[in-house]
Design a protein around this ligand. Structure first.
Ligand code: IMP
Ligand code: MG
Length: 189
């Protein structure tokens, strides 16, 4: 198994890949505070349900919720996505269903990252038969130049380049989700 090796300038080396810091914990947490404040204001009296997309969104959802000061609920579903690769397989399947009733409720889908938009498109389809009062999407990271599907993202933490990132919930072959900063794959190797 590849171990994380700390290199110079906060870089980390995983096998032959070098990842460099993109967003520090402090920068991430400050932005999440702003998003939490904004959503708290906009959802007063609405008791929204935050619906996390597993596995990647677990850290973001947890920190976001600490900054929501109105009544709210959470639930999760799980989608398959990248497998063990750095590129999407192009297929999405539902691995764990939602357990709550979303009818007549305000729901906020919480994603770690929107890349091609395929997962969000799939999620929109899932809710077509149910009748939430409203549905919005929040993502911590957005790769605008990778978007291939026409989807509406309501809240964005950071727009980032179309490069592979890890940390803060985001994995490479299921690992490195536990890193508190976000790192991007370096091209100079
Ligand atoms: P999309 O369906 O192409 O928008 O991709 C969405 C999903 O792919 C995200 O929820 C992530 O799980 C995964 N993903 C996309 N880009 C990255 C990345 O740079 N690193 C790790 N996972 C990613
Ligand atoms: Mg995801």
């Amino acid at each position: 198994m590849d171990q994380i090796k700390k290199a110079d300038k906060g870089e980390i080396k995983i096998g032959n890949d070098v990842f460099v810091p993109l967003l520090t914990e402090e920068v991430i947490q400050n932005r999440i505070k702003e998003l939490g404040k904004q959503i708290t204001e906009e959802y007063k009296g609405k008791a929204p349900i935050f619906i996390g997309v597993l596995n990647g969104s677990f850290m973001f959802l947890s920190d976001l919720l600490k900054n929501i000061t109105i009544d709210c609920e959470i639930d999760f579903f799980k989608l398959s996505s990248y497998g063990d690769e750095k590129l999407s397989s192009g297929n999405v399947t539902l691995l764990k269903e939602l357990n709550c009733d979303v009818n007549d409720r305000h729901i906020i889908i919480v994603e770690d990252i929107v890349d091609s938009g395929l997962s969000i498109k799939f999620i929109e389809g899932m809710f077509q038969k149910s009748k939430p009062s409203s549905m919005k999407v929040i993502t911590l990271l957005f790769k605008p130049n990778s978007l291939k599907y026409n989807v509406k993202i309501d809240y964005i933490g950071f727009e980032i380049p179309s490069k592979f990132v890890i940390g803060y919930g985001l994995d490479y072959a299921q690992k490195y989700r536990n890193l508190t900063n976000i790192y991007v794959l370096s091209e100079e190797q």
